[in-house]
Design a protein around this ligand. Structure first.
Ligand code: HMG
Ligand code: MG
Length: 298
């Protein structure tokens, strides 16, 4: 990847939908992923194999994963919280998974009913099996810039958790501003600190746009050298265990900015906008993407 190329990790079908109260039919989720697969995206997080009691929206993970069209050259990682989820994901045919924990204890308890240490223990067998199976594992660190329960999260805690995931064998660590409270200087400093321990090419940033800071934060992190950015088409999303957190930064807005500053994503913005507008209609709510709004409002 050259320095002006950015890989977008589209998390809309998973992070975007997991908090939607109205259950979307599986066919719509499949159509969403199939549409995204035509846009030039290289990574689409398709669903999660978590407890349906905890995240009812994604209870159809098996069906969705089996039925999506797997386009060669596109990766379709799925979220797994433990070995049970890993087994289900593999049975459905997944070849890439993501594990997730947080830099704050209180958030982890609410999100996965475990301490940070316990969550890392749960991942150990997942990483061992994945290694044996030739499955790539991504790791998420949530609450990297603030926690809904604890407030401030020390950067040292983010570094420690990210390093543990990397040392366990995660090929990429996504640093998540789960509740979207970060600002550019702080985001960059956090990334800089983590990059002292983990090569920058193995880091990704994941911003929610609660306070409207996501694009500014991404720009600051690009300046620091990151080249992998998570986002969700139409800006959907939020975490069920992060009250008040709004959606992920919209993929359309990130791609527009990146192309505007001369960076390449390989993504066709028109197709992405059409997909974002289509999804907003399916969800029966206005798009949160400024670009899609600008391009589709008469
Ligand atoms: P628990 O209730 O503490 O665990 O849940 P348990 O081991 O006692 O299991 C309870 C039941 O769940 C059992 O079934 C298990 O078999 C079943 P029962 O015997 O009661 O019928 N179970 C499962 N079912 C399906 N798939 C599984 C699975 N594991 C156990 N994998 C658990 C613990 C981790 C399962 C639960 O807390 C959970 O599923 N949490 C998921 C929460 C979640 O998905 N949150 C959103 C994703 S994180 C996020 O959005 C942040 C991110 O975007 C980055 C950022 O923004 O910062 C990644
Ligand atoms: Mg998220």
């Amino acid at each position: 990847m050259n320095a002006s190329e950015v890989r977008i990790v589209e998390v809309g079908p998973r992070d975007g939908l997991q908090n939607e109260k109205t259950l979307l039919p599986s066919d719509v989720k499949i159509a969403l992923i199939d549409r995204l697969s035509t846009t030039g995206l290289k990574t689409i997080e398709a669903t999660s194999f978590v407890s349906a009691r905890w995240v009812p929206q994604l209870a159809d993970a098996d069906e969705v994963f089996r039925k999506i069209r797997k386009v060669p050259g596109v990766g379709y990682p799925v979220l797994v919280p433990n070995e049970h989820g890993y087994r289900l994901a593999r049975t459905a045919g997944a070849t890439e998974v993501s594990v997730f924990t947080a830099a704050s204890e209180a958030f982890n308890r609410a999100n996965i009913n475990a301490t940070i240490a316990e969550s890392l223990q749960r991942f150990q067998p997942v990483l061992e099996r994945a290694k044996a199976d030739g499955v790539k594992v991504r790791g998420y660190v949530s609450t990297a810039l603030g926690c809904p329960y604890q407030g401030e999260v020390p950067v040292a805690d983010v570094v420690r958790v990210a390093k543990s995931l990397y040392e366990m064998g995660c090929y990429e660590i996504s640093l998540g501003d789960t509740i979207g409270v970060g600002t550019p200087v702080k985001a960059r400093a956090m990334l800089h600190a983590v990059a002292q321990e983990i090569p920058i090419h193995a880091l990704a940033v994941h911003f929610h746009d609660t306070y409207g800071q996501a694009l500014a934060n991404i720009l600051a992190c690009l300046d620091e050298g990151v080249r992998v950015v998570d986002s969700a088409v139409s800006g959907t999303g939020g975490c069920p265990y992060a009250k008040g957190a709004t959606g992920n930064v919209a993929s359309e807005d990130v791609v527009y900015m990146l192309h505007g500053i001369g960076m390449q994503t390989g993504i066709n913005l028109d197709l992405l906008v059409a997909t974002g507008a289509w999804l907003a209609a399916q969800l029966n709510k206005p798009t949160a993407s400024r670009v899609t709004k600008a391009r589709t409002t008469a």
